[in-house]
Design a protein around this ligand. Structure first.
Ligand code: UD1
Length: 430
């Protein structure tokens, strides 16, 4: 079984290149089925979630060609199936983007209900509400969401909660609907804007993405395009916090600093130095970390996908910190693992009260989900001694070459598959 073996204690120093955003790439791939012409996408992250989606798309007849590791061309002119039941597709959250995309183009889609990280109940009522408002019938049967419409007609939709997934799905379903759709209280995340830009580059007419009101004028067809996915805000943020917890000095390259503002603000508050340039940020952690308070919020607030990483840092910060998780109700499961490394954290409902300790100690731990898994790797890199992190398949869902990028910054981390590999690593690090 694959796991990471880690010897902690090395400050991370150097430069790391950030890849394309997983959460932008997934809807962009799905939206590629909305044209019969060829779509060419660059800066595609080579991670498990995008690969699962690509193979599900191949299974319904999309011709997918990887021209190199980060470039892919897609042609959906010969789609043979509007039912997506692929065994793996259930495991990823973004499977539901095929509903909005296929419904928008073909007025019919049946897709296995989404999985994804187990971080809370993850309702889809807002997606369903949006599809119905556009005139589609929606039912859930035999583990599939089934949607069908004679015609899709533009509508005025008010979202009861700010949802990235529902905003994206409704946007795709509305792009080729008759008339105008207005989505109010929409999500403003960079990946929502990236999808809108992608669709507009295919001939869609979407305005207001990045604000809380999106206006979509339906068009009759979409054409092929060439498009580069934005850099991954969360991968970048994870490396920024890796610098903080290891007392390092890391330049995170190929980023959009504006997307990192809430992360940068918290790093400054806890005593790190952050320098921004056009497309990179440098984080230097030369002073002891200080306590703070943080509440996760929709963009431009502090991202829930960075909550475990900041908690790991606050666990090593002087004084008492408070982290409030306001997006998902079950996102502190990793705290038990962190406690085994010496953290002093009490979770009450959606709040973690953290008494900073001077160090963590290495332990054998398991990744409970994608972002918490990455955060536990950060904890292990900052810890005294040796750790193993199991269940790294979660981490591989969203981080490309995570251990290689960390090695490039001087971390002592190895991906091991057997007991023998593990012993070899232990001998090497002494
Ligand atoms: C996306 C991201 C995920 C990130 C999250 C919040 C992808 C593939 N995943 O997930 O990494 O953590 O945004 O930034 O992009 N909700 C409802 N009804 C709905 C939809 C959502 O009540 O129909 C609730 C959810 O339970 C949650 C909140 O709204 O409490 C936000 O969820 P949402 O923004 O939809 O998250 P995802 O799109 O699933």
């Amino acid at each position: 079984m694959e796991q990471y073996a880690i010897k902690g204690g090395n400050p991370l120093v150097g430069e790391v290149e950030i890849g394309g955003a997983k959460n932008a790439a997934l809807p962009i791939l799905a939206a590629s089925v909305m044209t019969d012409e060829t779509v060419y996408i660059e800066n595609m992250p080579d991670v498990r979630d995008t690969n699962v989606l690509l193979s599900a798309m191949e299974n319904i007849g999309v011709i997918v060609k990887r021209t190199d590791r980060h470039k892919v061309t897609l042609n959906a002119s010969n789609i043979s199936e509007l039912v997506v039941e692929d065994e793996n597709i259930k495991k990823i959250r973004a499977s539901y983007y095929l509903i909005g995309a296929l419904l928008g183009k073909y007025k019919h889609a049946e897709v296995a209900l989404p999985g994804g990280c187990d971080i809370g109940c993850r309702a889809i009522d807002q997606h369903i509400k949006g599809f119905r408002a556009l005139g589609a019938d929606v039912k859930i049967e035999h583990g599939l969401i089934k949607t069908q419409a004679e015609h899709l007609r533009g509508s005025h939709i008010y979202m009861d909660v700010v949802s990235v997934g529902a905003t994206i799905n409704i946007m795709m379903a509305a792009v080729m609907a008759e008339g105008t759709t207005i989505i109010e209280n929409s999500a403003k995340e960079p990946h929502v804007v990236d999808l809108a830009n992608f669709l507009n580059s295919m001939g869609a007419n979407i305005k207001g993405a990045g604000t809380d009101v999106i206006r979509i004028k339906g068009v009759s067809h979409l054409h092929g395009t060439e498009y580069a996915v934005i850099p991954d805000q969360i991968e970048a943020g994870t490396f920024m916090f890796a610098a903080a917890v290891t007392k390092g000095d890391v330049t995170v390259k190929n980023v959009i600093p504006k997307h990192l503002e809430s992360i940068t603000a918290k790093l400054l508050e806890i005593g790190c130095e952050v320098e921004e340039a056009d497309d990179c940020v440098r984080v230097v952690a030369s002073k002891p970390l200080q306590h703070t308070q943080v509440k996760t919020l929709p963009y431009p607030g502090f991202p829930t996908d960075m909550q475990p990483q900041i908690t790991v840092a606050l666990g090593l910060s002087k004084g008492t910190s408070i982290v409030t998780e306001s997006i998902f109700e079950n996102r502190f499961k990793y705290v038990d693992e962190l406690t085994r490394m010496g953290a002093s954290i009490k979770v009450e409902g959606n709040t973690a009260i953290i008494d900073g300790v001077s160090r963590y100690t290495g332990a054998n731990i398991s990744a409970p989900d994608l972002r918490a898994g990455a955060a536990l790797v950060l904890a292990a890199m900052s810890a005294e001694g040796f750790s193993t992190v199991d269940d790294i398949r979660y981490i591989e869902r969203g981080y490309e070459d995570f251990h290689l990028k960390l090695q490039g910054l001087g971390a002592q981390i190895e991906l091991v598959e057997t007991e023998r590999d593990l012993q070899k690593f232990k001998l090497k690090i002494g």
